[in-house]
Write a protein that binds this ligand. Sequence first.
Ligand code: CP
Length: 325
Amino acid sequence: MQTNLRGRDVIDLQEWTKDELGTLLDVAFTLKRDRALGLAHPYLRDKVLAMLFFFSSTRTRTSFEAGMAQLGGHAQFIESRTTQIAHGDTAKEIGEILGRYNDGIAIRNVDWGVGNSYIRDVAEASRVPVLNMQCDIYHPHQALADLMTIIERFGDPRGKTATVSWACAASYQKPISVPQSLVLLLPRFGMNVRLVHPPEFALMDDIVEQARQNARKTGASFEVMDDFEQGISGTDVVYAKSWGALLKTTDEAEGAKAISKYGSWITDSRRMAMAKDDAIFMHPLPADRGVEVTDEVIDGPQSAVYDQAENRLHGQKAVMALTMS
Ligand code: CP
């Protein structure tokens, strides 16, 4: 077990070894059990986390904030538009200054072509760990919670198949960070991955290549497919969510036009029945109900979405306790 994790940033889980991720999972499950037993675990008493948001959030904000309170510390919620960032505070200044007030800095910035480099610039200037609450490329804490959920449902994930599929969405061009973090992480734990999407919705080439290499190292399979039903057939995990055609266009109208071509890409009961009998449906939320997934599936017995949301809390508490103590 690797325990020397104090001061580490969590920006991309690819930068963490499998042993280090094993420590995170182990601590996360321990904290989950301790909370169920009512055992206090104030590992971060008097510590403060700055949470800087450039984009809206339900789960990420509330789980980080609740997690810091449960660890005996405090989280300060900072909405970028209420700061002086628009009037000139640079990433370097944010890293330097928030790093001097706080024991950790968490940031959500999903702006395409900006978010990840902004977070890395803050991290470069910060004396305390920087945690990525979702950028344009990665959503590491979502992927960690999803892996916890898969382990809870299936035990050892080796040899299980996860279908990470695009699904239709009516609302907006959603970031590609969730599918990218998933296809990188799951093969490292021996899971076969099927990445399924229409041609317009490709992920970044270097991420797909890294995912392929991760699979090769563990002997897992990695396939890119363009047929939704073929991708679901016989799988263990149906992780179907929308994302934008961001590698093709950042224009919302053009993106919406591409999305509208694939209105049939919805997970319904007929499609869930194509997966294994004990398959689970996963989604990070929020979902476009009736467009990405039917109510029957997301509210049905195969849905793991509330466990995923819960595990955000426990996974992030493990991250904070190990990096900020
Ligand atoms: N899954 C997720 O990150 O949810 P929020 O956008 O509500 O934080």
